[in-house]
Design a protein around this ligand. Structure first.
Ligand code: 3HC
Length: 288
C-alpha cells in the first residue's frame, strides 16, 4: 500500500528494469508514469507490464484485476509530462554517467522542490549524478534487481549530500512496495551486490577463455551443486552482458574477453535473442 508523502511515481526508461520498477509501484497502489524516448518503447514497456499483470492475476498473486492495476499506469515520451507531478522519479536510462546527469539536470527543472530523484544505476556515483541538480540532498540510489517483480532487495545508496530525510522517505517507499531496503552508505563503484556478483560472472568467463570450463559446465555446477537459481552465464544473459562490460569501464581491471566480444557483437543475452545461450526459439537452456 502507498505510504508517507509519496503518491505519484515517474519511471524514466521502459526497458527490462524500468517496466518492472513501474509495475511493482502500480501493484502497491501508486500512480505511475513511464517515460521513454519513442512511442514504440513506451508501448513495449506497458505491454510487458500488462503481460505480467495478467499472469499474476490468473494465479491470484495480486489483489486486484490486471486492468485495475494497469489503470494506474500511464505512458509518455514527454519528460516534463512524466515528472512534473511526481513525488518520486526513478531513472532507469542507459548506464552512462553523462546520460544520467543530463537526465537529472532536465528532470530537476520540472519537478517540485521536494521531489526525490532516484537512480537505478548498477554502480555509478550517486554523488556525481547529484551535482547535475539544484537539490543534491534529494538525490539517492535505489538499485533494483532483475526481475524487479521477483527480487526482494533494493540497495538504497546514499550520495555524499543525500539527506537523512530523503533516506527515510525512500525506506518507507521501498517497504511499501514490499521490498527490503539495504543501505549502502559509501557511494563506492558497484555498491554492495555487484562488487560480489560481477566477479562471479567474470571468473566463469575467464575460465571459459582459458578453456577451463564450458558454459554449460559452469552453469550446471552452480545450479545443481550449489543450488543457485541461475549459473554465471545464464545470469549474465539474463541481466545483460553489457552490464558486466560497462562495469569495468574506467576500472583498473579489464573485462574478460568473452564479455567484451559478446558486447561488441551486440549479443547481449536474452534481450538481444542471443548471448552465451540462444533464445531465438525460447529459453531452451539444458545444462548438458
Ligand atoms: N511476471 C509474471 N509472471 C512471470 C514473470 C513476470 N515478470 N516472469 C516469469 N513469470 C512466470 C513464468 O511465465 C512462469 O509461469 P508459468 O509457470 O505459468 O509458465 C513462472 O513465472 C515461473 O517462471 P520461471 O520458470 O522463469 O521462474 P523461476 O521460478 O525459474 O524464477 C527467476 C525465475 C526469479 C528469474 C530465478 O531464475 C532467479 O532468481 N534468477 C536469478 C535472478 C537474479 O539473481 N537477479 C539479480 C541479477 S543482478 C541485477 O539485476 C543487478 C544489476 O545491476 C546487474
Amino acid at each position: 500500500m502507498t505510504t508517507g508523502d509519496i503518491e505519484t511515481v515517474a519511471v524514466l526508461g521502459a526497458g527490462s528494469m524500468g517496466h518492472g520498477i513501474a509495475e511493482v509501484a502500480a501493484i502497491a497502489g501508486y500512480s505511475v508514469t513511464v517515460r521513454d524516448l519513442e512511442e514504440e518503447l513506451v508501448e513495449d514497456g506497458i505491454g510487458n507490464i500488462e503481460w505480467s499483470l495478467n499472469k499474476l492475476a490468473e494465479k491470484g498473486q495480486i489483489d486486484e484485476s490486471a486492468d485495475e492495476v494497469l489503470a494506474r499506469v500511464e505512458g509518455t515520451t514527454d519528460l516534463k509530462t512524466a515528472v512534473e507531478d511526481a513525488d518520486l522519479v526513478v531513472e532507469a536510462v542507459p548506464e552512462v554517467m553523462e546520460i544520467k546527469k543530463d537526465t537529472f539536470e532536465e528532470v530537476d527543472q520540472y519537478t517540485s522542490d521536494d521531489a526525490i530523484l532516484a537512480s537505478n544505476t548498477s554502480g555509478l556515483s550517486i554523488t556525481e549524478m547529484a551535482t547535475a541538480t539544484d537539490h543534491p540532498e534529494q538525490v539517492i540510489g535505489t538499485h533494483y534487481f532483475n526481475p524487479p517483480l521477483r527480487m526482494d532487495l533494493v540497495e538504497v545508496v546514499h550520495g555524499e549530500r543525500t539527506s537523512e530525510e530523503t533516506v527515510e522517505r525512500v525506506h518507507e517507499y521501498v517497504e511499501s512496495i514490499d521490498k527490503t531496503p539495504i543501505d549502502v552508505k559509501k557511494d563506492i563503484h558497484g555498491f554492495a551486490v555487484n562488487n560480489v556478483l560481477v566477479p562471479f560472472m567474470e571468473e566463469a568467463a575467464w575460465m571459459l577463455e582459458e578453456g577451463e570450463t564450458t558454459i554449460e559446465q559452469a552453469d550446471a555446477a552452480m545450479v545443481y551443486q550449489r543450488g543457485y537459481p541461475m549459473g554465471p552465464f545464464e545470469l549474465a544473459d539474463y541481466t545483460g552482458i553489457d552490464i558486466s562490460y560497462h562495469f569495468r569501464e574506467d576500472s583498473e581491471y579489464e573485462a574478460p574477453p568473452p564479455i567484451v566480444e559478446k558486447t561488441e557483437a551486440d549479443e547481449l543475452g536474452r534481450k538481444s535473442g542471443t548471448g552465451f545461450y540462444d533464445y531465438e526459439d525460447g529459453p531452451g537452456i539444458t545444462y548438458e
